[in-house]
Structure formats: C-alpha cells, structure tokens
Design a protein. Sequence first.
Length: 71
Amino acid sequence: MRHADPSEERQCPACGGDELKPLGQGRTSLVYEYVPARFERQVHVQEVLACACGRGVVTAPPPARVVDRGE
C-alpha cells in the first residue's frame, strides 16, 4: 500500500514552498495484521518528498499499528 502526503500538508517546513519532488522510493513499513487463523504481512510505503530549496523534507504519516512498537 502506498501512503501519500495529504495535499494540505505538502509544504516545505524550511521555506514554505510547494515545489516538492519524490526523494527516493519512500519509507517502507511492515505491518502484520491478524486475520482469523492467520497473520498477513502488509508492506506500506510512505511517500517522502524533498523541496526544491534543498532544505526541507516531508514524509507521509505512517500506518496505524495493531501492536504497540510492532514492526
């Protein structure tokens, strides 16, 4: 699953600009979800964007965790 930054949060924290470009493939998270009688491994990718000013990076919020501190 891919997670994108909400459009209202797509601003550089350093300069406030909105010229953001993808920075690499994103941040990958593994989420294990219990489905009766089995666990499913889900791979989530958070979008990471870099500002054209070169000073700011914005990352999409991570998925919710079923187990606290779980991977």
